[in-house]
Design a protein around this ligand. Sequence first.
Ligand code: GTP
Ligand code: MG
Ligand code: ZN
Length: 362
Amino acid sequence: MHRLETLGWNSFFANQITTGDETGLVPVRVVEEQRGSYRILGESGAGYAELSGRLRHQIELEEAVRPCVGDWALARVPGGAVGEGTALIDRALVRRTRFSRKEAGERTAEQVIAANIDTVFLVQSMNRDLNPRRIERYLALLWESGADPVLVLSKSDLCEDPDTAFDSVERVAGGVSIHVVSAVTPDGLDPLRPYLTPGRTVALVGSSGVGKSTIVNRLVGREEMKVQEIREADDRGRHTTTARHLVLLPDGGMLIDTPGMRTVLMWEGEEGLAQTFQDIEELASGCKFRDCTHGSEPGCAVHQALGSGSLDPGRWRSYLKLQREVRHEAAKTNVKLRLEQAKKWRRIHLEARRRPDKRRFS
Ligand SMILES: Nc1nc2c(ncn2[C@@H]2O[C@H](COP(=O)(O)OP(=O)(O)OP(=O)(O)O)[C@@H](O)[C@H]2O)c(=O)[nH]1
Ligand SMILES: [Mg+2]
Ligand SMILES: [Zn+2]
């Protein structure tokens, strides 16, 4: 396999390169970002990079093009080889997949957690309550990413009744694969190895302290990521990992470790909700009235299922709550998009007027 392909490069990205104005630029993959300084991997190795003025300007107009961990980009590299000096990232390539959540706070802004990932391990610790509501929330977002979600139940060595834990998760998994693992038993992580093949990227997400970095270290075979004891008083993690980090495995395959998440706010998700709650959507299609609000209409299949106990009321409430959140964000996004578009065109017009000699928009 070609070196770039082992890093995940394929025709989806290659097709975005147009000959002509891209001479001197080489493809690089973003491995880490710290306050505007980037670690990258390329054909010839690893190195550091910064953003070009052109790209920084573009980001001001459109935040979504800011490179994030896992992104492919085109960079100008000194001496033509990554690693020789600081490279300049000039253009971010369109993402094949990306896992995002809504940025914390009132602002409606997408926060991309990891880009160009094939699989996401949603890690939940078996020594704590496996909260089915949290799993549903994550799954609804993960289904929007374009990557395949996989449920990883960690620290099985600390769980007295793994079967019951597994069953409780299976009820909300909607057919997603579930793996019970331990980072301290000899073959405890074997179920995860088939996902790690050359050219493929797996991101690990979940709350702080569930053992994401420990899994990464074990799979890489060295202490790549810092790991810390969880707090004894309440079993919570200490937010040890503070930045996202792409790690290359010795036998090929890549892992992206991420900081533990406190909140997972819905960003977009009508499709993700439909995937996560297929059972409910199917049920609702059996209501007598096509526009049933599942309030007090006669012939409501949802009500019948709640009454007979075949639909868990907790799951139903979770569905309604996530749906409200998604619709609220969608409404806000529509308003925001219109405002942003107006602002963007105002700037472009101003610039064009300032530079009448450069007919950029003829
Ligand atoms: N018994 C047991 N302990 C584990 C296992 N995996 C991780 N731990 C412990 O759990 C604690 C937290 O692990 P981390 O890997 O730092 O957790 P994390 O998910 O990366 O946490 P953040 O970086 O804060 O998001 C450490 O003390 C680990 O040694 C496991 O399979 N079994
Ligand atoms: Mg960590
Ligand atoms: Zn109904």
